[in-house]
Design a protein around this ligand. Structure first.
Ligand SMILES: NC(=O)c1ccc[n+]([C@@H]2O[C@H](COP(=O)([O-])OP(=O)(O)OC[C@H]3O[C@@H](n4cnc5c(N)ncnc54)[C@H](O)[C@@H]3O)[C@@H](O)[C@H]2O)c1
Length: 267
């Protein structure tokens, strides 16, 4: 989707981190932006920040794990801007801990946001993009953890592998409608992901050992989200399917692919 001027981008998890960086990148191209996020304070601050930079933006309170909340947010977007062209299913959370020590509540939360959040975005907004017939693009935020399993992040890894698989299917389904699909798989980015328990619903109780000190350490020195936002913008304009901003993924993915290929030859 080369020309994004005047188009409308709907970004979940848009109040901070990678989502906010994508919003800024789209706004700089002249897109109108809808920030959909569960965290009201940062959402207002983020919308103000974009407005100050000259963007046409609305912030919408939305819990992506709740289908009806995504329906309501989409209706607000259409009320404000008439259409949506670019859908960024980006909201995510990252509870950590050995899989056998995780609880049903940990799974409910992370699957609800990271996987069902993406499903809800597709179910609610893709039919609207198809209906206006002007084409569009869907960006699903997975992770390097969608291509290589990460230790102590079993739930997160399961959701991100699912998002990669879902995106690979979606790509074929949407091609006939002129709607592109990308799956974003970054390595560590300097955001508040290690503090994602701040958005864990109270009724699910506290998560295990959060914030995770290893993640906090890795994220503190990681890539600036702005770099990821610009890379996503280039990917959408070029129609890249896999958006892999960190080339060091190659080593781990190669090892995994080689092991799978070798296993094909075992009797
Ligand atoms: N930071 C990294 O190192 C990294 C690496 C790979 C992938 N990712 C992915 O990038 C995406 C964005 O994360 P980030 O790193 O910017 O972290 P972040 O915590 O800064 O941003 C996540 C955003 O999602 C929002 N959110 C959380 N639960 C929500 C819900 N139920 N409904 C709507 N919004 C909700 C948060 O309020 C926040 O604004 C996530 O999907 C994450 O898994 C991050």
């Amino acid at each position: 989707m080369e020309d994004l001027a005047g188009k409308v981008a709907f970004v979940t998890g848009g109040a901070s981190g990678i989502g906010l960086a994508m919003a800024h990148a789209f706004a700089r191209e002249g897109s109108k932006v809808v920030l959909a996020d569960i965290e009201v304070g940062p959402l207002e601050t983020a919308a103000e920040e974009l407005r100050a930079a000259g963007a046409d933006v609305i912030g919408v309170n939305c819990d992506v794990s709740d289908h009806s909340s995504v329906v309501a947010a989409a209706a607000r977007a259409v009320d404000a801007f008439g259409k949506v062209h670019v859908l960024c299913n980006n909201a995510g959370v990252a509870p950590s801990g050995a899989v056998d020590e995780t609880t049903p509540e940990d799974w409910k939360w992370c699957l609800g946001v990271n996987l069902m959040g993406v499903v809800h975005g597709i179910q609610v907004l893709v039919p609207a993009i198809k209906a206006h017939g002007e084409g569009g693009h869907v960006v699903n935020t997975a992770s390097i953890a969608g291509l290589i399993a990460l230790p102590t992040l079993g739930i997160y890894t399961a959701t991100k592998y699912a998002v990669v698989g879902l995106s690979e299917t979606l790509r074929g389904e949407l091609a006939p409608f002129g709607i592109g699909v990308s799956v974003l798989c970054p390595s560590f980015v300097k955001t508040r992901l290690h503090e994602s328990h701040r958005n864990r619903p109270a009724e699910l109780g506290p998560g295990p050992g959060e914030p995770d000190p290893f993640m906090a350490q890795m994220l503190s020195t990681a890539t600036d989200p702005q770099v990821i936002g610009e890379r996503v913008l280039r990917g959408v304009k070029r129609g890249d399917f896999y958006i892999l901003p960190h080339p060091d993924v190659k080593l781990g993915f190669n090892a995994r692919a080689n092991e799978i290929l070798a296993a094909c030859d075992l009797e």
